[in-house]
Ligand binder design. Structure first.
Ligand SMILES: Cc1cc2nc3c(=O)[nH]c(=O)nc-3n(C[C@H](O)[C@H](O)[C@H](O)COP(=O)(O)OP(=O)(O)OC[C@H]3O[C@@H](n4cnc5c(N)ncnc54)[C@H](O)[C@@H]3O)c2cc1C
Length: 682
């Protein structure tokens, strides 16, 4: 789908609005008594979807003649994918009253609202609106000032013991764990439901790991995390996770088992001789065959929502936190806007937990914090809502943010040969999801030369791209790739075959072979050729140089030793059997991982180093845990930290324990009825 860049689009939209104003001044307004309904012209309006949705409609006297949608800030494969259908529906209905596209209700609602505004403008019912770029995009002031909200504008005050702002991964664990203690807990989320709980959850010493025999030395692990972050972390936070995560995962395993869902540990491999050490911390639920009671497949959000609400927790969805409330130095809750656009004040007697998912969709903030990462992206797969709301609200309340920043970025975006890296390309939504990008195939730069040990971490090669022409690399593989995928024995979500203990991979190679790869070829992101020279030409690379590189690399593979970069023998696979495949690659953003400084009770710290009473921060909004880059060689470390601390917060805020380190987790070890425990086979 062709997308218009937001900046160019707004220029066009503004030109359209100006035309309308001018034609009105010249007296060309057509009145209803001659049958006209609209003042001809182009009108534009915006509404809040996942991001900002802009609708521009052109009218003649009696009809809508054109619709242009800018949904570039919406989720790539959901809201953006719905754009063509929404446009067709608006044209067919000749009104804003259209059905939502299934699965894209947030974007559909925003399109409906903005279309209604365009129509009202064309009918002269409301003034013509002139849209300007967001102020912060113009002056780089991503933080802005805390909004002032008049007490008289607050329609309702709601009191609770614990307020959870953001009911995603971390929020759901706090909600369920606090409700379990009988605490009065309310969770608010900007969307009609939270964004869900990811499936790879990291832990140490869970019962699943013990059953399989996975042993991870906690202090060695803390050392690894410290080295990754070059020391920019609080080791006590990582130690807290190492001590408590196994128990929390066992507790989650019980909640899943109650619903008939098996949690699996993603083991390492006994003969896994790798240069970059992998820590087998991952745990994933197996949803296939599960049922939420309505015939739909279950998910983590549904499991914990049902559990928490059965214990009295309340969820206020479609409710967006605008700012925190601080009185006499203490955070006492927040002011939010509900689904009716009304201000509501929440008063939390025991604590306010902020976990709104980081800032990876807030490009001005990204540009200010970690501009280097914006140079190596072509896709942004962030969870919707990651606009930095929580971090900004905490900063307004006097909290301190990490000074070293961190992004989770994977090497899984494919570009067409003429596409460049950067936010504009990422916002276009017109790039390829190259899931298999982390396979250690031969990777070369724009000069046709190898430059890196491909068997590294997901983000290592993306950072190395900073030194390549165009900030990209190219992946080359051959028709034996499915065989090699089994032999590579990758870790975490990059694994394409079952783990040694039988746990399924997130995406098996069969799904790539059957759909993803043919789709990428058809869309012009991956090229296929009978010779290496032909492949190089299709990719726009110097054919002679690429051929020489491939020949030399194949020699290393046949000899079984990578004397150039030290790639392990089982990952040293030749590119020698046609057809050959290749594509241009860059980074895929998942989330930011730097945030507000916290102590080991997740209490926010102010710029003087003191605790801000009443304010707690978790997940992507919290800091002190990651710096520079995400240690993806420990599977599920981000969610593992978030769910562990989310659970601990529920216990401490409800009074079950004074400190997070004192929380005792006594799992019930509920077995899954009828679960097949045997290893799956390919
Ligand atoms: C595609 C993808 C896959 C990932 N897979 C993994 C994985 O397998 N393992 C892993 O460890 N990590 C993974 N991550 C990273 C992981 O998702 C995050 O680290 C983790 O979700 C953080 O949880 P959170 O609670 O901080 O934020 P989220 O889970 O994003 O939840 C934040 C919630 O806050 C809400 N919100 C935002 N603003 C407001 C506001 N103003 N008012 C009210 N509510 C608001 C949002 O709607 C959302 O529901 C993945 C990330 C992505 C994008």
């Amino acid at each position: 789908m062709k997308k218009i860049s937001r900046r160019d689009f707004l220029k066009g939209a503004l030109a359209g609005s100006a035309t309308v104003a001018a034609s009105s001044l010249m007296g060309s307004v057509v009145f209803a008594d001659d049958g006209a309904v609209y003042t001809p012209g182009t009108y534009t309006a915006q509404a809040q979807g996942i991001g900002t949705v802009t609708v521009t409609m052109t009218f003649d006297e009696t009809s809508i003649t054109d619709v242009v949608l800018d949904v570039s800030e919406e989720t790539a494969n959901i809201g953006q994918a719905a754009a063509e259908d929404l446009k067709a529906a608006l044209m067919a209905a000749q009104s804003g009253e259209i059905d939502a596209v299934a699965g894209a209700t947030v974007t559909s609602d925003a399109v409906r609202k903005a279309a209604a505004s365009c129509i009202a403008q064309a009918k002269g019912e409301i003034e013509v609106q002139v849209i300007t770029e967001k102020e912060e995009e113009e002056d780089g002031d991503w933080l802005g000032t805390e909004p002032e909200i008049d007490e008289a504008d607050i329609t309702q005050t709601i009191e609770t013991d614990i307020l959870v702002i953001g009911c995603g991964t971390g929020g759901m664990f706090t909600m369920a764990s606090a409700a379990e203690e009988g605490a009065k807990v309310i969770g608010i989320d900007r969307f009609p439901t939270g964004v869900g709980i990811r499936d790879d959850l990291g832990a140490i010493d869970s019962r699943y790991q013990k059953e399989w025999g996975t042993k991870i030395d906690k202090l060695e692990y803390v050392t690894m995390a410290t080295a990754y972050a070059a020391g920019h972390i609080k080791q006590d936070l990582v130690k807290l996770w190492a001590d408590k995560s196994g128990g929390v995962i066992d507790w989650y395993g019980d909640r899943l088992a109650e619903r008939g869902v098996q949690l699996w540990h993603e083991s390492g491999d006994s003969d896994d001789e790798v240069r970059y050490k992998h820590y087998a911390t991952g745990h994933s639920p197996r949803w296939a065959g599960s049922d939420d009671g309505t015939g739909e497949v279950l998910n983590g959000n549904k499991v914990l929502y049902d559990y928490a609400t059965s214990l009295g927790a309340e969820f206020h969805y479609s409710t967006t936190m605008i700012k925190l409330v601080k009185e006499d130095g203490k955070v006492t809750g927040c002011i939010a806007k509900n689904g009716n656009d009304e201000y509501v004040k929440y008063v939390a007697n025991k604590g306010t937990v902020v976990c709104t998912g980081g800032y990876s969709l807030n490009y001005p903030m990204m540009e200010a914090m970690q501009p280097w990462n914006l140079r190596v992206i072509g896709m942004n797969g962030s969870e919707p809502g990651a606009f930095g709301d929580g971090i900004k609200a905490c900063l307004w309340a006097g909290a301190k943010m990490d000074e070293t920043h961190c992004l989770m970025i994977f090497d899984r975006c494919a570009l067409r040969p003429d596409q460049e890296t950067g936010p504009e390309t990422a916002k276009s939504g017109d790039t390829g999801f190259f899931w298999m990008g982390s396979q250690p195939w031969l990777k070369i730069n724009a000069d046709g030369k190898r430059f890196f040990n491909e068997s590294g971490t997901y983000e290592g090669i993306i950072h190395a791209d900073e030194y390549n022409k165009g900030h990209v690399h190219y992946t080359l593989f051959d028709s034996n790739w499915t065989k090699y995928a089994g032999q590579f024995k990758m870790h975490g979500c990059s694994r394409l075959v079952p783990f040694e203990n039988g746990a399924d991979p997130n995406i098996p190679y069969q799904a790539i072979e059957g759909g993803m790869l043919p789709g990428l070829i058809e869309a012009g992101f991956v090229f296929q050729a009978d010779t290496i020279e032909e492949l190089a030409e299709k990719l726009g690379l110097p054919a002679d140089e690429v051929k020489a590189t491939v020949d030399h690399y194949n020699e290393l593979c046949y000899a079984g030793e990578d004397t150039d970069y030290g790639k392990e023998p089982h990952r040293l696979t030749p590119v020698d059997t046609a057809p050959f495949y290749g594509c241009k690659n860059t980074g895929f953003i998942l989330c930011t991982l730097d945030g507000i400084n916290i102590d080991t009770n997740m209490r926010a710290i102010d710029t003087e180093g003191n605790v801000i009473p009443g304010l707690y921060v978790n997940g992507n909004d919290s800091g002190g845990y990651f710096a520079n880059t995400y240690p993806n060689l420990s599977t599920g470390m981000a969610c593992g930290r978030t769910v562990t601390f989310g659970y601990l917060l529920g216990k401490t805020l409800s009074g079950a324990a004074e400190n997070a380190s004192d929380v005792e987790i006594i799992p019930e070890n509920i077995p899954v009825a009828g679960a097949e425990e045997e290893a799956t086979t390919e």
